[in-house]
Every structure is written in C-alpha cells, then in structure tokens.
Ligand binder design. Structure first.
Ligand SMILES: C[S@@+](CC[C@H](N)C(=O)[O-])C[C@H]1O[C@@H](n2cnc3c(N)ncnc32)[C@H](O)[C@@H]1O
Length: 310
C-alpha cells in the first residue's frame, strides 16, 4: 500500500480580501451561500460559547455538545454487529464504532511514524484557521490544536464521535464535505487524510478546498492507493490479492475510488493550486521489511489486515 501526499498552494491572484485571519470562528452561525443549492450550516459538535474554565487549556462542554446535536445525527444505526453514521445514512459504508475508531487512531500513529513524527508536511507559518475534513476521531485536530495554540482548528465529519476534552482552540462539526460549504471565513490550511472510499467527486472537493483557502493558503491531501502489491511478486494469486482487488473494484462500482492517491496531483493542479509537491510513502502491511522504520510501522498495521482478511 502506498500513501501519496500532495500539497499545493492557493494562487495569490484574483482574490478578494478576506476577514482578518484571527477573527473568531463562527462555525455554527454560517449564513447560507447565495446560489441555487443553499449551503447548510454544519451542526456544531463542540461549543464556542464562553466557558469559565480559565485554569484548563482543555474544555469539556458536554452540555453544549449534546444540546447542539439532534437525534437524527446521534441515533447511529447498527447492522451485523457494527455501528454506522446516522447523518447521511448509507452514504459512507465504513462503521463509526469503537473498533473502527481504534483503526483510525492506529492509522494516525502509522502516518506519524511514516512522516518522522510530523503532523503535516506542508510548510506552515503561523496558520490561524485550520480545517480537517473527515476528521474521524479528531486525533489529528487535537494534536494540531496543541501544536498551534494560536490557530482555530476545526474538524468536520459525518459522525460526532470525537471526544469532548479537547484543546480550547479545537472545534468539531457534523457536516458533509461534499455539500456546499458554509464557513464564512476562509482557511489558511486545509488537511484531508484517508478519504479514499468516501468521496464521490474528488475534483469538485479539491476545487472546494481551493475556493475556501485564503490567498497563499495551503491544502494537503494524504491519501492512498489501496490496491496492495508485493515487490517480490509473492502476493500473486493469493487470497489477499483476490480479496483486495475485489474490494477495490466493489468500491469503484459503488462510485468511490480506493485509489485517489494516483490522481491527486492531477486534481490539485486542475483546481488551480500552485507550487504543488507530491511525496510517495510506502506503507508495508507484512512483518518482513528489513528497514527498521518500515518494520516498526508494520508491526502496528499488520494485525489489522490480518484480522480483517482472515
Ligand atoms: C477513513 S476515516 C479517516 C479519518 C481521519 N481523516 C484520519 O485520517 O484519521 C474517513 C472519515 O471521513 C468521514 N467522512 C466520509 N465521508 C464524509 C463526508 N462526505 N463528509 C464528512 N465526513 C465524511 C467518515 O465518517 C470517517 O470518519
């Protein structure tokens, strides 16, 4: 498996001035955009009301969290022992239960190891508005919030499964990133990771990211080619190869590519990004790499694939 990372910079040309970067985030009060398809304000999953917890860098505003989420978002349906998103039910085929959250957190750890502990490869200088699309457990946002205390970090997702104890500068929303965006203030940095299998229209999503960046802002897409391969050909005719190719084909027939990494650079350039960088990272799923760094990654990811493929 490999995970290309593509980062591109928003063009500085033909942009209207944006509000100051340090203007407070008003993520729950976004006005609908003009146009035939009105943008819906995302459902806020972490409060931006004043909280008297000046002794703590973390908030635990459970009442705001629950009050602002409707039952239509919280009534997670279950099927065959797995739990799924209630919002846009059926759109995203993967679960949102504890087991899936563990998988996402392990993938987060795997990517940190693969990137020498870095949360991003884009050269960021003092970003003030950061968005993570399809944030999952929110772990990336939480660590970014700690790392950039002067930035507002927003993570959105179909599922409100993120924790309540988060840095004060981190907020979560329930939203569909493929619907028109309603954020009234643009971003300095937009991060998207492992959205393979989620997105119906990648070029449109990449364009939306471009349109929602401040001039000079950066988008970073970290995604995979989930068609497995073996460098020595030992996977040929194996059950793993058969399962994996059927998995990739089924997703494609369902209109969701599991190989966005192959086309990200093309989509990013087509959207108008400048100064585009592509980095390819190998993610071995066996226990055998001689390279110690790769072997270390593998020891965490291999049990997942072993469990899901056996
Ligand atoms: C494989 S997880 C990746 C999570 C996270 N980005 C990470 O790297 O750990 C994909 C996430 O995207 C969310 N998702 C899928 N489609 C979405 C959409 N259209 N809008 C918002 N979130 C979406 C899913 O609920 C899931 O949490």
């Amino acid at each position: 498996m490999s995970a290309p990372i593509v980062a591109g910079e928003q063009s500085q040309i033909n942009e209207t001035p944006q509000p100051a970067a340090d203007a407070p985030a008003q993520v729950a009060q976004a006005a609908p955009q003009a146009g035939s398809q009105a943008a819906q304000a995302p459902v806020q999953a972490e409060g931006d009301i004043a909280i008297d917890d000046s002794n703590s860098a973390y908030t635990d505003d459970l009442s705001t969290y629950t009050a602002s989420l409707t039952s239509s978002v919280l009534n997670f349906p279950s099927e065959n022992g797995r739990r799924y998103s209630a919002f846009r039910e059926g759109t995203y085929v993967f679960p949102n239960d504890e087991r899936e959250q563990d998988r996402m957190d392990i993938h987060h750890e795997m990517m940190l190891k693969a990137c020498d502990g870095r949360l991003h490869l884009a050269p960021l200088t003092n970003p003030r508005r950061i968005l993570d699309i399809g944030t999952g457990t929110g772990i990336w946002c939480i660590e970014m919030g700690d790392h950039y205390p002067d930035a507002d970090v927003i993570g959105n997702d179909f599922s409100p499964v993120q924790p309540n104890m988060v840095p004060r500068n981190v907020k979560f929303e329930v939203d569909d990133v493929e619907a028109p965006w309603a954020h009234p203030i643009k971003f300095d940095y937009i991060h998207s990771r492992f959205m393979a299998g989620s997105i119906a229209d990648w070029p449109k999503l990449v364009q939306t990211c471009y349109d929602n960046l401040n001039p000079g802002g950066i988008a970073e897409f970290v995604d995979g080619d989930f068609l497995l391969y073996s460098e020595d050909g030992s996977m040929k005719d194996s059950w793993l190869e058969k399962w994996n190719s059927d998995f990739v084909r089924a997703a494609s027939l369902g209109g969701r590519t599991l190989r966005p990494g192959l086309q990200l650079e093309e989509w990013v350039r087509a959207a108008g990004f400048e100064d585009v960088h592509l980095e390819k990272i190998r993610l071995p799923i066996g226990l055998w790499p001689k390279d110690r760094q790769l072997a270390s990654n593998t020891s965490k990811t291999f049990p997942i694939y072993q469990k899901n493929c056996s």
